[in-house]
Design a protein around this ligand. Structure first.
Ligand SMILES: [Zn+2]
Length: 114
């Protein structure tokens, strides 16, 4: 179990996300924000606080909710769906407490062409 959240502390969550499959995507959105992401089934993610403080940025197909804290702007997680309809949470691994991104195995994903 890992805990994480935004910078100001308004948004907090817990997750059982798998940290052995972290990706760095080069699409226009991920590249600008410097995300390191892992995807986890929605039932392994619990939002503890800050739901009322979330903004929702959508682009392209609009299917992914890129959620950000309205106070500090940090996008610590988002919601989306796999092609088969499974609901997932996308965890910004950089926002997890006590996780050293340099110690993780990061897989580069070519999302630029999607
Ligand atoms: Zn915040």
């Amino acid at each position: 179990m890992a805990a994480g959240g935004c910078h100001c502390g308004a948004v907090r969550y817990e997750t059982q996300a798998d940290l052995s499959s972290v990706i760095a995507c080069n699409c226009s959105h991920c590249a600008k924000k410097g995300f390191l992401l892992t995807f986890t089934p929605r039932e392994t993610f619990t939002l503890l606080s800050g739901e009322d403080n979330l903004g929702d940025y959508r682009f392209n197909t609009g299917k992914i909710a890129h959620l950000f804290c309205r106070t500090c702007g940090v996008q610590s997680f988002g919601y989306g769906e796999m092609p088969d309809g499974t609901k997932i949470a996308a965890i910004n691994v950089r926002c997890l407490d006590g996780v050293d991104p340099d110690a993780l195995e990061i897989k580069a994903v070519n999302g630029k062409d999607f």
